[in-house]
Design a protein around this ligand. Structure first.
Ligand code: GDP
Ligand code: MG
Length: 750
């Protein structure tokens, strides 16, 4: 028994209300009333008596016979039931329709105790004293009893035995006829029954064996007289029935003997198997009569519905089709059981479905812990409960419904599983890119020498492992839908895409670092070159008369060289680093192209900074003063009135003024032309994207659609600016000259 099964089957199905009141069933339950209506309370009654969950562990027995032959009395003695009996005074028929009650004596102690869950049907008497010649009910109730009962007790007075024309014989004829009718339609489904004759008021003068012989002869005569349907002409009565006989003493004349014999009879309502020696004739006075082959195999929880279906077919005079009834019952019950087993399943699974749906709606699918274990548990409990309850029904229907249930449940579990995989996928990608970013940041803190490639590949490994283990704890082993290969492949693919994106970011970082490095190098080295302007004598000795000092004349050459050297150094470091994390040649090419452009921008910025008016004026003044106030040996002049102050002043001023046009254009000394910036930057690589170009400044002479020419790009000072600068410089120089003049005169007067 499955541990959870009992709690599932609380009988929430048709015909069983929640509130069965024992008082309503004092005399058992009237299954069919005198108007031939089926009573819907049968299920409630079986529930109340604790039989509904008995499976096949129950028995149905009916009693037949003329009215007022003590049938109900016998049953009450035998089974402790409380069927209504006729009072001695009234002599009116009491039992109407068909009643059923559970055996109340099953717990009576004794060596040969009765079988569990015997249900006894008390059928309205049939000699029609009050119903007139109502053969209709007689036939119907006989058919109903045959279709449902394992044992049919035929109750008969001893003095009626041998009265072939008596009411009892009419009843037996009916029983045989309806049995043939039933058999014709349901050959494979008709189960043998026991016709158990109880002979009442047995005086003892005629031994039971003689009575038995008489009865058997009568039965065979009845059988012989029946017109049998084609194919069954030669059939024997024994083909359909087993027979048993028992005699009881007179209840009123021999009350103690009567009760004693009834007790003996009670012990025979035990389960047993057919004794091959007495096959077909249950003869022994002590043999069990509830043989397993008589059982109708209708599960107890399906019996109310089955009984109703059978009765309705009988009552509407349709041919009773038991296989169809059993299939209908199986379909109905399997559907009900399906609903029932889905209740505890839903209690576990529905909240998870809800949780998942909410996560999806909120845009952040959550991972459900131990999903696989929970699903496997709910699933196996469900299938086991279903099997336990439903497999008792029609096999074909059961199998079909089992497949249907499995499909239904697995559809939902599969959805959950796939949702879980989607969540694992999303969070896996997130975690991966976060982990890479964090590791890169840590690497950057320690210096920029971290191994990006290694970070990515180790985080990718971790992400894949995490994904796989999440899949493993989310699936249900043995189900066809628990396959995550394609999800894993998709995850791997998207990890690669994210890696690509992260690599691009890393490229960007590398590019930024390279640019910063170039900028700071240029700051230093270009600054140095401009500072040299402050010294009018350049690097090596004094310039010859009329010649510009070397430091001024090839300023741009040196700047260009230092620039291209710096960038080339940065380029090779960039390439090496980018290759280390598998950047593609294309990506490297674009990166270098961007680096060159950005570097040019940096240089241009640095030059502009140096060329700011104040800076430049200061440099020119220094340049001039150097030429004017120091002699060729670099010794400061002490002005004397005899000195050619004016001549020195003019030469120095002119020499410095010549620097201005030189500074105004970025030109190489050798060619007197701008440096080959366009060639140096090169064509834009074919795979440049607009994102790559987004933050780039246009460069004159390099970018074709740019209005600016290379000349213009290389124009450092406009003519107007140069003019203005000359004027202002001259004023400064004049000031220096006057000061020199004054100091020469001052020196003399002292
Ligand atoms: P039913 O119509 O067959 O169910 O008969 P009842 O059980 O209602 O009994 C009808 C009458 O027969 C009642 O008055 C009983 O007291 C009486 N009766 C019951 N059992 C016996 C019996 O074994 N012998 C005799 N002679 N009368 C009985
Ligand atoms: Mg009765």
């Amino acid at each position: 028994r499955h541990p959870t099964a009992p709690s599932i089957m609380n009988g929430h199905f048709a015909g069983i209300g929640e509130s069965a009141n024992p008082a309503d069933f004092e005399h058992g339950v009237q299954i069919v009333d005198q108007e031939k209506n089926f009573n819907e309370n049968l299920g409630q009654y079986l529930q109340l008596e604790g039989i509904i969950r008995a499976g096949f562990n129950y028995h149905i027995i009916s009693v037949f016979g003329s009215q007022s032959t003590g049938k109900s009395t016998l049953l009450n003695y035998l089974f402790g039931t409380q069927f209504g009996v006729m009072s001695e005074q009234e002599r009116r028929q009491t039992t109407k329709g068909i009643w059923m009650s559970k055996n109340k004596k099953e717990n009576a102690a004794g060596e040969k105790s009765m079988a569990e869950n015997i249900l006894v049907m008390d059928v309205e008497g049939t000699d029609g004293r009050e119903r007139g010649e109502d053969q209709d009910f007689e036939r119907k109730s006989a058919l109903f009893a045959l279709a449902t009962s394992e044992v049919l007790i035929v109750n008969i007075w001893e003095h009626q035995v041998g009265l072939y024309q008596g009411a009892n014989m009419g009843l037996l004829k009916t029983v045989f006829e309806v049995n043939l009718q039933l058999f014709l339609k349901n050959a494979k489904n008709v189960t043998r029954s026991l016709l158990f004759f109880v002979i009442r008021d047995h005086l003892g003068t005629t031994p039971l064996s003689n009575l038995k012989q008489t009865l058997i002869q009568d039965l065979q005569r009845i059988w012989g007289g029946l017109s049998k349907p084609p194919g069954l002409e030669k059939s024997q009565i024994e083909d359909y029935f087993d027979f048993g006989f028992v005699a009881l003493p007179h209840k009123i004349l021999q009350p103690e003997k009567f009760e004693q014999e009834v007790r003996n009879l009670g012990t025979r309502f035990r389960e047993g198997y057919k004794n091959p020696k007495t096959a077909g004739l249950i003869d022994e006075q002590s043999e069990p009569i509830l043989l397993s082959e008589y059982h109708r195999r209708i599960p107890a929880d399906g019996f109310p519905m089955y009984a109703r279906g059978v009765w309705e077919q009988i009552d509407s005079n349709k041919d009773l089709d038991l296989p169809t009834q059993q299939e209908l019952l199986a379909q109905f019950r399997c559907d009900e059981i399906m609903k029932e087993v889905l209740v505890p399943f839903d209690e576990i699974i529905a909240p998870l479905e809800e949780q998942q749906a909410q996560g999806v709606a909120a845009g952040k699918p959550s991972i459900i812990a131990k999903l696989g274990k929970v699903m496997a548990g709910a699933r196996s409990v469900l299938l086991a409960s279903f099997e336990e309850e439903a497999s008792r029904y029609h096999k074909g229907v059961y199998k079909r419904k089992q497949t249907e249930l499995e499909g239904k449940v697995d559809g939902r579990l599969k959805t959950l599983f796939q949702g879980q995989m989607t969540a694992a996928h999303k969070s896996g990608l997130n975690d991966f890119s976060e982990a890479v970013t964090t590791a890169v940041k840590a690497g950057q803190k320690k210096g920029s020498n971290y191994d990006f490639h290694k970070i990515v590949s180790s985080e990718k490994d971790k992400a894949l492992k995490r994904f796989e283990s999440e899949a493993q704890t989310s699936l249900v082993t043995g189900t066809p839908w628990s396959d995550y290969k394609s999800q894993l492949n998709l995850f791997r693919k998207e990890l690669d895409e994210v890696s690509g994106r992260l690599r691009k970011e890393e490229m960007r970082r590398l590019a930024n670092r390279s640019e910063r490095w170039v900028r700071s190098k240029l700051d230093e080295s270009v600054g140095l070159e401009f500072n040299k302007l402050g010294s009018g004598r350049g690097g090596s000795g004094a310039p010859a008369e009329g010649q510009k000092p070397a430091s001024e004349r090839d300023l741009w050459d040196r700047i260009w060289n230092v620039f291209t050297d710096t960038v080339s150094h940065a380029e090779s470091r960039f390439t090496e680093r980018a290759r280390s994390f598998d950047a593609s040649p294309d990506e490297v090419e674009v990166g270098l192209w961007r680096l060159r452009r950005k570097s040019w921008g940096a240089l241009r910025g640095k030059i502009d900074e140096e060329m700011m008016e104040g800076n430049l004026l200061l440099k020119l003044r220094e340049n001039f003063e150097d030429k004017f106030r120091y002699d060729d040996e670099g010794v400061p002049r002490i002005w004397r009135p005899t000195d050619d102050i004016e001549g020195l002043y003019t030469r120095a001023r002119e020499s410095t003024l010549e620097v201005i046009p030189l500074l105004s254009r970025f030109k190489l000394a050798g060619t007197s032309s701008p440096p080959p910036l366009d060639a140096w930057i090169g064509e834009a690589p074919s795979n440049v994207t607009s994102a790559d170009e987004e933050d780039l400044q246009p460069i004159g002479g390099v970018d074709e659609d740019e209005a600016k020419s290379l000349e213009e790009e290389m124009t450092i000072l406009s003519d107007a600016k140069a003019q203005d600068l000359s004027t202002r410089f001259k004023k400064t120089a004049d000031g220096v000259y006057i000061e020199a003049k004054r100091s020469a005169i001052g020196g003399m007067t002292q």
